[in-house]
Design a protein around this ligand. Structure first.
Ligand code: AMP
Length: 419
C-alpha cells in the first residue's frame, strides 16, 4: 500500500521549506517595524464562529469548509481564514481592555475545499494583520502600506493596489436600492447565482466573474457616488494618505465585501505574474464584526495574504535565499578517527559553526565528493596516522590546497575560512 498526499495539499521539501522559512522571517521583520505582534490561534474552531462571521451565503461557508463532529458531537471546522479566530481570541482574552489598540499578525495554515488549480489549494497558508481599536483612516492606510511594504521588501514591483469603499450602515441600503433599480431590467441576462443574489446580496453581483454578468454591470452605479458624508470623507483621507506615502492605487468599483459588518475601505493587491488566481492579498475595514461575534463594538481593519501566491511570484522573480551549506566537513577514516570527528564536530557546532560528518561509512574519496557536493568551504581529513600524530589535514575546498595542522590549533586554523 502506497499513500499519497490529499488532493490540493503540498509537501514542502527541504529546499522549498528553507525558502519559506526565509520568506516568513522577512514578513515578520516588516510586521515588527509596524509594531504588529504575532498571535497564534488553534487550527480548528466551533463551526458557528465561521458561519456567523464569514456568512452562511458565502462559498466558503456553504460549500468549502472542512467540518466534522468530534466525539462529543460538537461541530468543528478547520479554519478557512484567520480573521474570525483572531477576533474570537481578541474578545475571549479581553485584549481590547488591556490595550486601546491591538495590532496582531499571523502566519498559518487554512483549509478550503476548493477546486485545486494553479495557485489554488485546499490546505494553504495565509499571513495577515488585524488592527483592532482604531476608526481613523490612517489605520486603513497603514494596513495597505504594510502589505505593500512586505511585497516591496521582497523586491516585487509588479502589482496593483485596488481600493474601494463599501460605505456603512447608513449608506449601504440606499446604494443597494440604486443597484437593484439598475439591475432589475437586466436580471434575465445575469447568471443563476447572481439572480439568486439580487435580493439578498446585490453587491456580490458586481464581482461575479461570469462574462455576461460583467458586461451587464459595466454601467452600474458606483458605491463611491453613494457614500454618506462621513464615509466619503473617510475614503478621501485614505486616498490622501496613500498618495502622501507614494503608494499607487486604482479605484476598482467592483471590489466589494458582501457582508454587512464590512465597512468603508476594501482593498486587494493583484499580481500580474499570477495566472487566473491573481490576488496576492485582500482586506479592508470591518467595524461591525467584533459586535457580531459577541464582543464590544470595536472598529477594525486588516488583510489576509496568500503565502503560496507570494512564493510563486518570488520563484518567478528569482529571489534567492542564503545557503545552508555546511562550512566544514569532517572526512574521517577508521573507528578512532570517526570517534574523534564525532566529538570535535559537536564542539564546533556548539561554537556556532555548521559542521557535517560522514554517517554512511564512505571512503575518503566519496566523503570528499560529498563535501564538495554540499559546498563546504573546508574539509578536515583524519585517519589512523593523524590520530597517532595528533594532527589533521585541512583542505581548502575552494582552491584545493591542503595543510597539516596540529589538532590543538584546528579551531584557529579553521577560523581563517570564516573571517
Ligand atoms: P480571502 O481570505 O479569500 O480574501 O483570501 C486572501 C488571500 O489568500 C487571497 O488574496 C489569496 O492570495 C489567498 N488564497 C485564497 N484562497 C486560496 C487558495 N485556495 N489557495 C491559495 N491561496 C489562496
Amino acid at each position: 500500500m502506497k499513500f499519497q498526499k490529499i488532493r490540493g495539499t503540498r509537501d514542502l521539501l527541504p529546499e522549498e521549506a528553507r525558502r519559506w522559512l526565509q520568506a516568513e522571517s522577512v514578513i515578520r521583520e516588516v510586521m515588527a517595524k509596524y509594531g504588529c505582534a504575532e498571535i497564534r490561534t488553534p487550527i480548528f474552531e466551533e463551526t458557528e464562529l465561521f458561519a456567523r462571521s464569514i456568512g452562511q451565503l458565502t462559498d466558503i461557508v456553504s460549500k468549502e469548509m472542512y467540518t466534522f463532529q468530534d466525539r462529543g458531537e460538537k461541530s468543528l471546522t478547520l479554519r478557512p481564514e484567520l480573521t474570525a479566530p483572531v477576533v474570537r481570541a481578541f474578545i475571549e482574552n479581553n485584549l481590547g481592555e488591556l490595550l486601546p489598540l491591538n495590532k496582531l499578525y499571523y502566519i498559518g495554515q487554512v483549509f478550503r475545499q476548493e477546486n485545486p488549480q494553479a495557485g489554488r489549494f485546499r490546505q494553504f497558508h495565509q499571513f495577515g494583520v488585524e488592527i483592532l481599536g482604531s476608526p481613523v483612516p490612517a489605520a486603513d492606510a497603514e494596513t495597505i502600506a504594510l502589505a505593500v511594504d512586505i511585497y516591496q521588501r521582497f523586491g516585487i514591483a509588479e502589482f496593483t493596489v485596488e481600493i474601494n469603499s463599501v460605505g456603512d450602515q447608513r449608506c449601504r441600503e440606499p446604494y443597494k436600492t440604486a443597484l437593484r433599480d439598475y439591475l432589475r431590467p437586466r436580471l434575465a441576462k445575469l447568471c443563476a447565482t447572481c439572480r439568486g443574489r439580487f435580493e439578498s446580496n446585490p453587491l456580490r453581483i458586481l464581482d461575479c466573474k461570469v462574462e455576461s454578468c460583467r458586461a451587464e454591470t459595466v454601467g452600474a452605479p458606483r458605491f463611491i457616488d453613494h457614500l454618506c458624508q462621513a464615509c466619503a470623507d473617510h475614503f478621501a483621507e485614505v486616498r490622501r494618505l496613500l498618495e502622501l506615502a507614494g503608494i499607487a492605487y486604482v479605484v476598482n468599483h467592483r471590489l466589494v465585501r458582501g457582508l454587512d459588518y464590512y465597512t468603508r475601505t476594501a482593498f486587494e493587491i493583484i499580481s500580474q505574474q499570477l495566472g487566473a488566481q491573481d490576488a496576492l492579498c485582500g482586506g479592508g475595514r470591518y467595524d461591525l464584526l467584533c459586535e457580531e461575534l459577541g464582543g464590544k463594538p470595536t472598529p477594525a481593519v486588516g488583510f489576509a495574504a496568500g503565502m503560496e501566491r507570494l512564493m510563486i511570484v518570488l520563484e518567478k522573480s528569482g529571489w534567492s535565499v542564503e545557503s545552508h551549506a555546511p562550512r566544514v566537513f569532517f572526512v574521517a577514516l577508521g573507528l578512532e578517527a570517526q570517534r574523534w570527528a564525532f566529538a570535535r564536530a559537536r564542539q564546533l557546532r556548539r561554537r556556532g559553526w555548521r559542521v557535517e560528518v560522514d554517517l554512511l561509512g564512505r571512503g575518503v574519496k566519496a566523503q570528499l565528493r560529498e563535501a564538495n557536493r554540499q559546498q563546504a568551504v573546508a574539509a578536515v581529513i583524519i585517519g589512523d596516522n593523524e590520530i597517532a600524530q595528533q594532527v589533521a589535514q585541512v583542505k581548502n575546498l575552494r582552491d584545493s590546497t591542503q595543510t597539516e595542522v596540529p589538532m590543538a590549533e584546528l579551531e584557529d586554523n579553521l577560523s581563517r575560512f570564516f573571517a
